[in-house]
Design a protein. Structure first.
Length: 166
């Protein structure tokens, strides 16, 4: 069935400035340095008009994983995150696909940047699915919690980036 991911962040600034802070190549590279974990990389980046797509890699050392995950997966984990954005009327809409090397499952989410009450709102709605009998549900809950924590950290980074660059 999967575990839901729901997150909402709000930012001061124009939609264009927030979009650049969320999906601009320079901001992504800086965010990876600050939050990407071990072996973090921007694997690809493509921008054309109002459309952007990129792929990020995050690394997680085995020692930082909970025991239940270490029992099922030996070694470090490499997370690949593909994101696409496109202009949708006055807003931006996106899709996120995440794969975790060696773990049978995935994370998928829809992302939106829009102006609500004179602030730019970044919404994420998605699901974590792990196909491991008996343990999958517990791992899904752990992963969804970690994803929301990462999104909060990315919100803090974005707010700081906007304060320094907008």
């Amino acid at each position: 069935m999967g575990s839901r991911i729901e997150h909402r962040g709000q930012f001061e600034g124009s939609l264009a400035d927030v979009f650049a802070a969320v999906a601009g190549e320079e901001a992504l590279r800086a965010r990876l340095v600050a939050l990407g974990g071990d072996d973090a990389k921007l694997l690809s980046y493509f921008a054309e008009g109002d459309a952007v797509r990129y792929e990020l890699q995050h690394g997680i050392k085995a020692a930082k994983l909970p025991q239940a995950v270490r029992a099922l997966h030996k070694g470090d984990i490499i997370v690949r995150r593909k994101q696409s954005w496109r202009r949708a009327g006055d807003d931006y809409a996106g899709k996120t696909e995440v794969g975790v090397g060696g773990v049978p499952g995935e994370i998928g989410a829809s992302t939106f940047l829009s102006i609500i009450d004179e602030r730019v709102t970044f919404r994420t709605s998605g699901e974590v699915v792990v196909r491991i009998p008996l343990f999958g549900g517990r791992i899904e809950e752990f992963v969804s919690e970690q994803v929301v924590n990462l999104l909060r950290s990315e919100d803090e980074f974005t707010a700081q980036w906007l304060a320094e660059h907008a």
